[in-house]
Structures are given as structure tokens and as C-alpha cells.
Design a protein around this ligand. Structure first.
Ligand code: UFG
Length: 344
């Protein structure tokens, strides 16, 4: 297959590109480089040992999207591009609806015009909001709290409606839990833009001496050690799910009668902030000082996946444990201080 990846130089897009190439498909990549660096394109090519076609483009540029899709001759789209920070979305909702929804509408409209019927979308467990039941299944209510989560739910809804309207269209929304880690080669990984918002990227910068101390946001939650629990999953496991998803949408092997489906991608196991910190200390052999501060507004106490549907429908299971995820994340951080500096 020839596969279009939007957000190809981003964290998950770059790992998925490597797996898609390894599976023998060709990659046409798009990224506007607003939150990633062009060097990642070359890192993808070095890691996979193959070239990709690359276009620098903001998906809000409808004419640009039309032009690429008219000539790209692709069979499927993996749509990763978008902003992903809850706090930023609360402060600037227009930016999130523009970058996550308008951009997706442009992409899907062009895909429809050019008969590109197989779509896999990067969604998030954030669409569940404050989950009423644990573990979270795909039947749990969709009730996102933040503008970021709402934009993910809107695009999922659009895909479902498209599948209903167009018999040939098939779409799968993959709801990621908390992706961490990096490719074991150490060549691609997460390059945080400015101060990291997420736990593990921040912890790694403390381990490497770029930051002094980790602030743990609250230790008075109703959990065994008082800190929040999340389902951390290796980014390479997430990336591999996309190759299986491509095959599944191609065969219309999942989803409802209209051809739309959603799957949780998590390990099924929750870890607290302090457990992650201990795993990072073990992986890095650095002390990683921390102190406890107030809760971060909007954080749910506990969320973890029931990943059994992805196992049944795709044959996908997360393979890596927490210490391996932290070790791979550290390996990338340690080896890429220069690339990191160019993004800060
Ligand atoms: N945390 C800290 N200190 C930090 C950063 C995070 O204690 O410096 C804590 C948070 O309070 C939370 C946990 O670490 O309890 C995980 O926080 P992250 O920011 O790493 O991840 P979130 O679960 O908040 O968010 C992630 C993704 C979002 C996604 C969301 C779904 O970043 O894109 O999961 O719930 F939408």
C-alpha cells in the first residue's frame, strides 16, 4: 500500500512511519513542522533504511491538501496531526478547534473527493473524560472534559457520519492511553517543544540535569500511594497497532455495519506517578529529585484501558513493561540532547 501519514515527524507519527515502512508499504508524509523538526524525517529514513515522500504543509491550507491528495495516489490515511495538550486547549480553544477539527475536515473532504476510503485516526482516552467505570471499554460513555478531548470526539463523530454516508468509507479511531518510550534504536523519540507538559518527558529532563526537580501534582488522591494512575504504553506498541489497523480497515474486518470502529490502545495496567518515577530511577540510575505540589486542575484520579477489543479485532497486545518503556525513553533523551535543544 501507499499510505499518507499526517503529523509524520511528530512523536507517534514518526514511530508509525518506521513500522509502516517495515511492513513494506510506501509512506507519503505531511507535517507543518510547528511542533516537530525536519531532522526527524531523516531519522525515520535511517531507522527504516528507506526513503519517504515528504510535504511541509499545514492541513488548514485546504488548497495545499487538495493538491497533495490529488497527486499522491494513496490507498489509506493515518491521521496523526494535531495539538495534544489539555491545559493549552483550555487556554486557547480556537487553536484546538482550528488545528484539530478544521484541519481534519480539510483532509477528509479531499480524501472523499479522491476516493481514499480507508482512514485510521489518532484519538485519545481523553474522549472518556472522568471515567465512571474501570477499566474503560469502548462502550464507556464519551464525555470529554477539555477542548482537546472534545476536538477528538468531534473528529470521531465526523468519521462515523462519513462511514454512514459513504458505503466505501471505513474508519478506525485508535484511542491511545499514555504513550511513552522511544524506538530502541535511539534514533527517534519524543522531542518536547519547550517545557514538557507530560510526566515522562519532564522526568527525563530532570534525569539529564536540564531541570532541577519534578513536581508531582497531588498525593492526596484516592489511590494506594495518593498519586494519579494512568495506563502507560510503549510508543512502538502503539505504532505497530497502526499497521494492523491498516490491514483491518482494508478488509473491513471490524467496526459497526457502516464501517466505523474505535479501539482502546493500552496495556490494561495502571501505574501511579510514584511508580513511574521509581521505574525511571531504575532505568536511568539517576536520583531524580521530586516534590509534591497541588493537584493539576482537570486530572482524573485513575484511568486505564480494557484493551481486549484491540486484541480480539486486531490481534494487538502491548508487549513492553514499564521499566523497558522508561529505559527506551531515556536512551533517546540521552542520545539526542542536540536535537532537543533545537526544539526548546
Ligand atoms: N504529572 C505530574 N507532574 C508533571 C506532569 C504530570 O505529576 O510534571 C502527573 C499528572 O498529574 C498525571 C500523570 O502525571 O497524574 C500523567 O500526566 P501526563 O500529563 O503525562 O498525562 P495525562 O494523563 O494528563 O495526559 C495524557 C496525554 C493527553 C491525553 C490524556 C488522556 O498527554 O494527550 O493523557 O487522559 F489526552
Amino acid at each position: 500500500m501507499r499510505v499518507l501519514l499526517t503529523g509524520v515527524t511528530g512523536y507517534i507519527g514518526s514511530h508509525a512511519a518506521v513500522e509502516v515502512l517495515a511492513a513494506g508499504h510506501d509512506v507519503v508524509g505531511i507535517d507543518d513542522l510547528s511542533a516537530s523538526i525536519i531532522d526527524t524525517r531523516h531519522a525515520i529514513e535511517r531507522t527504516a533504511g528507506r526513503k519517504i515522500e515528504f510535504h511541509e504543509l499545514d492541513l488548514r491550507d485546504a488548497k495545499g491538501v487538495e493538491c497533495i491528495l490529488a497527486h499522491a495516489d494513496v490507498d489509506a490515511i493515518l491521521h496523526f496531526a494535531g495539538r495534544k495538550f489539555v491545559g493549552e486547549s483550555v487556554a486557547d480553544p480556537i487553536r484546538y478547534y482550528s488545528r484539530n477539527v478544521t484541519a481534519s475536515v480539510n483532509l477528509l473532504a479531499a480524501a472523499e473527493r479522491h476516493g481514499i476510503n480507508n482512514i485510521v485516526f489518532s484519538s485519545s482516552c481523553t474522549v472518556y473524560g472522568d471515567a465512571a467505570e474501570l477499566p474503560v471499554t469502548e462502550h464507556s460513555p464519551i464525555s470529554p472534559v477539555s477542548p482537546y478531548g472534545k476536538t477528538k470526539a468531534v473528529v470521531e463523530g465526523l468519521l462515523e457520519d462519513l462511514c454512514h454516508a459513504q458505503e466505501a468509507t471505513r474508519a478506525l479511531a485508535l484511542r491511545y492511553f499514555n504513550p511513552i518510550g522511544a524506538h530502541p534504536s535511539g534514533l527517534i523519540g519524543e522531542i518536547p517543544w519547550g517545557t514538557p507538559n507530560n510526566l515522562v518527558p519532564y522526568v527525563m529532563q530532570v534525569a539529564s540535569g536540564q531541570r532541577a526537580v519534578l513536581s508531582v501534582f497531588g498525593d492526596d488522591y484516592d489511590t494506594p500511594d495518593g498519586t494519579c494512575i494512568r495506563d502507560y504504553v510503549h510508543v512502538v506498541d502503539i505504532a505497530k497497532a497502526h499497521v494492523l489497523a491498516l490491514d483491518a480497515v482494508g478488509r473491513n474486518q471490524f467496526g459497526n455495519r457502516d464501517g466505523f470502529g474505535a479501539l482502546n490502545l493500552g496495556t490494561g495496567q495502571g501505574h501511579s506517578v510514584l511508580e513511574v518515577l521509581d521505574a525511571c530511577r531504575a532505568a536511568t540510575r539517576r536520583p531524580i529529585p521530586h516534590h509534591v505540589v497541588a493537584r493539576r486542575p482537570g486530572d482524573a484520579a485513575v484511568i486505564y484501558a480494557d484493551p481486549s477489543r484491540a486484541a480480539n479485532e486486531l490481534g494487538w497486545r502491548a508487549q513492553h513493561d514499564l521499566v523497558t518503556m522508561c529505559a527506551d525513553h531515556w536512551n533517546f533523551t540521552r542520545n539526542n540532547a542536540e536535537r532537543q535543544a533545537s526544539a526548546s
